[in-house]
Write a protein that binds this ligand. Structure first.
Ligand code: SAM
Ligand code: SF4
Length: 336
């Protein structure tokens, strides 16, 4: 991608001085979560999505490419596409290819409910997607419909995950949000399912965006041991906040968003489908890069807005505090 195509005046960092983007606390920001749409074909009880048409409200493919190039020049190395449900975006594979062609971006990842992966896995792999996270909260069709709504059918989801496993993505993870009394009786089965496909299962603590009873990570580990998955510590760390343990079939990851606060090592920021740049998932501070871009902003202005938002980033989120549900924004559009 050439600078004049971007329409931006960009200073290239010298080979010996790679750009570094950091926040108010000096944390290095190399990872951008980018929402491609607010819409979803599921209605998970712990999440909230929108029925608005995407239209001009959301960033176009060209705008995404321009903004991603700015982030890459500032030091972002990895972009995760999320939503809403990113596979509803018709240009998804083209967007993946654009991002992979952006100098500085080493990894392009995707988080999806897997419903459309049977048809999309091969094109996504061809477009250069490097990592795939699928969300799977249950292996029971009735529970899936209860958790994720009437549009959620288990067979296409499982088939999508099986096809993805055969497509050869360098990384494939199966993420489960643990809900007390809903799916905490089948955690062992979920681990065995993921391991059977060569994928890494991970368990996420429920965050206060919607309904459901959270199960702390420590209790999840106890449930796993009781359900036939004893685990031992493992030193692996990835790009994100997960820590890993090892069992007889492979690794299991844990993301204790509430009980194991990892804000200290936060390396990420978020861009909503509408182009709102948000430094913290639990924060309210957003700056519209879309509006700046559409008003004719150049790279310097966009970079200044990004730096400004990061300079206001709090040391930590406040989602574990009393009344958090009342003050946090819905998951929809923040990019998971
Ligand atoms: N639709 C895609 C999916 O479900 O994978 C991508 C977007 S979804 C918002 C991204 C991730 O956020 C999913 O793994 C989902 O399970 C998780 N998530 C949504 N709401 C959550 C909550 N309240 N607590 C914890 N994780 C949540
Ligand atoms: Fe849709 Fe994902 Fe939210 Fe479920 S978690 S409603 S699949 S965006």
């Amino acid at each position: 991608m050439r600078d004049d195509v971007l329409g931006l005046r960009l200073e290239r960092a010298g080979a010996c001085a790679p750009a570094r983007l950091s926040d108010a606390q000096g944390r290095l920001i190399q990872y951008l979560r980018l929402s491609l749409t607010d819409r979803c074909n599921f209605r998970c009880s712990y999440c909230s999505v929108s029925d608005y048409e995407d239209g001009d409200r959301i960033l176009s493919r060209a705008e995404i490419a321009r903004i991603a190039a700015v982030f890459a020049r500032l030091g972002v190395r990895r972009i995760r596409l999320t939503g809403g449900e990113p596979t509803l975006r018709r240009e998804l594979t083209a967007i993946v290819a654009d991002l992979r062609a952006t100098p500085g971006i080493d990894e392009v990842a995707l988080t999806t409910n897997a419903h459309k992966l049977a048809e999309l896995s091969a094109p996504l792999r061809e477009a250069g997607l490097t990592a795939l996270n699928v969300s799977l909260d249950t292996l029971d069709a009735a529970t899936l419909r209860r958790v994720s709504g009437r549009g959620a059918f288990l067979e296409p989801v499982l088939e999508g995950i099986r096809v993805a496993a055969r497509a050869g993505f360098p990384s494939l993870k199966v993420n489960t949000v643990v809900m007390g009394g809903v799916n905490d009786g089948e955690l062992g089965d979920l681990v065995r399912f993921a391991w059977g496909l060569g994928a890494t299962p991970r368990f996420i603590e429920l965050m206060p965006f919607g309904d459901g009873v959270p199960v702390p990570t420590a209790a999840v580990k106890e449930r796993l041991a009781a359900q036939g998955v004893p685990l031992a510590p493992d030193p692996k760390r990835g790009w994100g906040p997960a820590h890993y343990m090892r069992g007889e079939g492979g690794l299991v990851g844990f993301i204790g968003a509430i009980t194991e606060n990892f804000c200290e090592s936060c390396n990420r920021a978020r861009l909503t489908a509408e182009g709102g740049f948000q430094a913290c998932l639990g924060g309210r501070d957003r700056v519209s890069l879309r509006d700046l871009l559409r008003a004719g902003a150049g790279e310097e202005e966009l970079a200044a807005a990004i730096h400004g938002a990061l300079s206001r980033k709090d040391p930590r989120h406040h989602m574990d505090e009393a009344g958090a549900r009342l003050v946090t924004l819905p998951m929809m559009g923040i990019g998971g």
